[in-house]
Structure formats: C-alpha cells, structure tokens
Design a protein around this ligand. Structure first.
Ligand code: HEM
Length: 489
C-alpha cells in the first residue's frame, strides 16, 4: 500500500520452533536486507523499545526503505492480533471477530448511526463540562488545571457514557441523581483506566515487570467486573455498537465472563486514543494564537449562522452533526494534530510467499509466516519532502487557499494517496474515525464556545511525546502542562 515507505519486516517465532528463530535465519535471494541486531535471540527488541522512531530511521539509513529485523516472540507488533488482545485484555477472540467489529462499527458509527452517537456524545460532554458553571463575573473567575488530565478526563468520560450507557433515572430516583451517579462512576473508571493505560505499552510488547504485572491483573479484573454484561444491561442509552456486538458473540456461544473481557477491548479501542488527541489539539491551538484565532472565528460563525448564542442561564447550545460538517479550519487543525501525534504501527502477516513492488520499481520477496509492518509516522507524516517543516504545527496545512480541504500532496513529483495515516489504511483502517473526529471537534467547539483558555506558561519548553508509546497509537506527553479557563460570559 505505501510502497515508498520504510517497511519493517519482522520475523516472529515460537519457543519450540527453533529453526524459525532469528539466529538461524538466512537471507534468501530477492529478500529485503536482514539485520540480526546486537543480541542473539533478542535481536533489536531493546533498541526498538527505547526509541522506535530513531531505530527505524537508523535502519532506513542503513538499508533503505525495506528491511528485515529479528524479533523473536517479544517483539510482537500486531496490535489487534489474537495474541495481543489475549495478553493485554484477557479476551480470547473469535475467528470472525474482525469482520463482526467492522460490520457493527459501519452500521453504528457511520451514516445514520453516527448521528445518534454524536448526539449522545454531545449530551454527555455537556453533562460533564457545564454542570457547575459559575459566572465570568465571580471574584476569581479563572480555574487552573492540568491540560492533559483535563482533556483526557472529559473526553474519556463522555465517550464512555455515550457508548456504554448512562445510569437509569428510574433506579437512581431522579434524572439529577442519575447524572450525578454518571459523573462519579465515570470519574472512578477514568482514574483506573489511566493506571492501566500506563501499563499497556509494556504489556503489549511483553516486557512488563512482574510487580507491575500484578497491578495489571488487578486492573483487568476490575474492568471485567465494571463492564460486565449484567452491569451494562442495567443502564439506559447503551449504544447499539455495544449491545449488538455483545448479542452477536453471545449467539456464538461466548460466555458472560468472556463478554466482560470483550467490553474491555471495546473500552480501550474507543477511548485509548481520543482523549490524548483532544489534549494535543487544544494544546497546539493554545500554543499557536493565529490557529486559535482562526478556529475561534469559525466556531463563532457557525454558532451565529444557526441562530445560537450563549448567555448566563441560557439553554445549552445544540451542536448538530450538520454544524460539524461546516468547519474546514477545525478539520485541518484536527488532521494536523493527528499527523504530529498519531504513531501506530500497521502490521500484516504474510500469508504466502509473495513479491512486494516498491514505488522506485524494485521488487522484494516476502516470506510466508513473516509479518510486515508499516510505520506511516516516519514514512509519510514526518517526511519533509511531503510536509515541509514536518515538526511544526501548521493549522492550515490541510486547507486550500480557497478554504476547502486540501488533498494534493506530492513526493518526487508524484501525487500521493497516503499522505497522512493516523487511522491506518486498507482493511483494518479505523472504522471509528468519523465518530472520533466528531468527538474531538465537539470537545473543542464547546471549550471555545463557553471558555477563554490560556496556558499558564506559554513559552515553556515543548512537552515532548513519550517515545515508549510509539507503535501503540496516540503518543502521550512526557509531562502535563498547566492552563487556566474562565467562562466567556
Ligand atoms: C483519535 C482517535 C483514534 C485513532 C487515532 C484511531 C486509530 C486507529 C488505528 C491506527 C487503528 C488500526 C488500523 C490498522 O491496523 O490498520 C484502529 C483500529 C480500530 N479503531 Fe480506531 N482510532 C481512534 C478512535 C476510535 C474510536 C473512537 C473507535 C470506536 C468508537 C475506534 C474503533 C476502532 C476499531 C473497532 C478498530 C479495529 C478495526 C479492526 O479490527 O480492523 N477507534 N484505530
């Protein structure tokens, strides 16, 4: 698919299958260069874990755009592969899982289904963000907070409530009590999710320290209980995305305890990337006043065009899906944010010996049983010949001079199809991408409509991205940044 990209071809093997293991591998004619790494059996695992981007760049410089490294079991790149889902979430996947997930996501997170989900997200964002608003005219109208914690917290909790459902007002007594229950329960879940989130990368690569393994086990069990089918069935407004997927697996004989584990997969896949992206989006807007001004003007214009206004005691704004389709500037800022921060490794296993043709015309032989990984972060997103000054946030990078979406990007004079791949590509391209972009846009739309925002130390050194998360999905900042906000009215 991305033929000019640096392609990391990874060899994996099982312990009993010694002849497949790295040290015995010999390069066959026509295959990409083989690099065995400094350590027998372990190959390049440690180097890769320390700094994946530099590792891949180093290899690319040494061997070109395609090369084979030795990985052994421990370097298991296939995020959604059966072993990974089992190791990280405890879920034993069905053969048809991938297909079921795609069909259900298409039905409920795209088209008409997306309309319902966007409404549910809006209701829950407002429930969390606007419930205890004072007034801009209070004695100290500013609230200080940490931006990463704040953004991740709001987007995670609203997304969780929109997808897994809300407390039943009948059981809680009143709607207000049910809302309060939602706020408390989602806060507790978020705190535990953050702990788990910090272990996932090591869990996925199979390098978690034994002491931390016990903590991971405790957290997994907590989520399996909190997300059990029985608990979710007590709720109101559970999305069809969840209920249908559970029902389909139940019909195929999956037992209730295993369904709780499946729910954890759904929680992680739907919440693990959106909160961190919301942080980066707001952070870049605050760091770049010209970008903030352009997005703010667009948000104010769209609100005005729909005859809405915010004022003390007034009704919450009604932000429809149609309004979210009229924000090219915000769209470009979202795409630029993801270009800079989404760094997933896209893995395919080679099911039969085959030839891979690169963009420069060279052909390479790929061996059955090997895995091939693409890392579009290095290959496309940060390529200076595709995106000049790739480390700089340019909110209008994906806008044409006419203010529409820009899709013309070139490399060596050739128009590119894949110039930004935060959602992956091909058969496993993120099916939740329309919902995820809407979530990000809704969050920023509400923040800019209701609040003035500023970083407390705008000139502070840039918070670098956490290297150990490259290859997993959205990068996290290495530390949080302080900001403050106050009501605009
Ligand atoms: C900014 C947020 C998000 C990003 C950057 C993101 C990115 C990705 C990527 C890179 C993949 C793997 C693609 C591949 O291997 O080719 C993926 C898979 C997936 N994503 Fe997302 N995602 C996000 C949010 C969401 C949300 C909100 C949902 C659902 C509510 C979702 C549902 C899924 C599912 C179900 C898969 C697995 C698809 C399969 O089995 O092939 N994602 N996502």
């Amino acid at each position: 698919i991305l033929l000019w990209s640096p392609t990391l071809q990874v060899r994996t093997g099982t312990r009993g299958d010694k002849k497949n293991l790295g040290s015995f591998r010999r390069r066959r004619s026509g295959e990409p260069p083989l690099d065995k790494g400094p350590l027998p059996w372990l190959g390049h695992v440690l180097d890769f874990r320390r700094d994946p981007v530099n590792f891949l760049k180093k290899m690319q410089k040494k061997h070109g755009d395609i090369f084979t490294v030795e990985a052994q079991e421990k370097l298991d790149f296939s995020i959604f592969a059966e072993q990974m889902v089992r190791r990280v979430f405890g879920y034993h996947a069905l053969e048809e899982d991938h297909q079921l997930a795609l069909l259900s996501t298409k039905k409920h997170l795209m088209g008409d289904g997306l309309e319902l989900m966007t409404q549910a997200m809006m209701t829950n964002l407002q429930k969390l963000m606007l419930h205890s608003l004072g007034s801009a005219r209070g004695s100290n109208p500013w609230t200080e907070d940490s931006l990463y914690r704040f953004s991740y917290n709001i987007v995670f909790r609203a997304g969780y409530l929109a997808i897994f459902g809300t407390a039943s007002s009948e059981s809680a007594g009143t709607l207000q009590k049910a809302d309060e229950q939602d706020r408390l329960e989602s806060e507790e879940l978020f705190l535990e999710f953050r702990k788990y989130d910090q272990l996932v990368s090591d869990l996925a690569y199979g390098v978690l320290h034994p002491r931390r393994k016990m903590e991971a086990e405790r957290l997994k069990r907590l989520f399996w209980r909190a997300l059990s089918v029985e608990k979710v069935r007590e709720k109101d407004n559970t999305s069809r995305w969840v209920t249908e997927q559970c029902q389909e697996r139940e019909e195929r004989g999956v037992q209730r305890p295993m369904l709780g584990r499946f729910m954890l997969v759904l929680l992680f896949v739907s919440q693990g990337n959106t909160g961190p992206s919301a942080f980066w989006l707001l952070f870049y807007l605050m760091r770049h006043p010209e970008a903030m001004k352009a997005v703010q003007e667009e948000v104010d214009r769209v609100l005005k065009e729909t005859g809405q206004q915010v004022y003390p005691g007034g009704p919450p704004i009604d932000l429809t899906r149609d309004m979210l389709l009229r924000t090219p500037v915000l769209d470009s800022a979202v795409e630029e944010t993801l270009r800079l921060t989404a760094a997933a490794l896209l893995t395919r296993s080679v099911v039969q010996d085959m030839k891979l043709k690169m963009a420069n015309g060279r052909e390479f032989a790929l061996r059955k049983g090997d895995w091939m990984s693409l890392f579009p972060y290095v290959a496309a997103q940060m390529d200076p010949s595709v995106h000049p000054e790739p480390h700089i946030f340019k909110y209008d990078r994906f806008l044409t001079p006419q203010g529409t979406k820009k899709t013309d990007f070139y490399k060596d004079g050739k128009k590119l199809k894949f110039y930004n791949m935060p959602w992956g590509a091909g058969v496993s391209m993120c099916p939740g991408r329309f919902f995820a972009s809407n979530e990000l846009k809704q969050f920023v739309f509400l923040m800019l409509t209701y609040f003035d925002l500023e970083l407390l130390r705008p000139d502070e050194e840039f918070t670098a991205a956490d290297m150990t998360r490259w290859g997993i999905g959205l990068t996290h900042p290495t530390r949080d940044v302080r900001f403050r906000y106050q009501l605009r009215f």
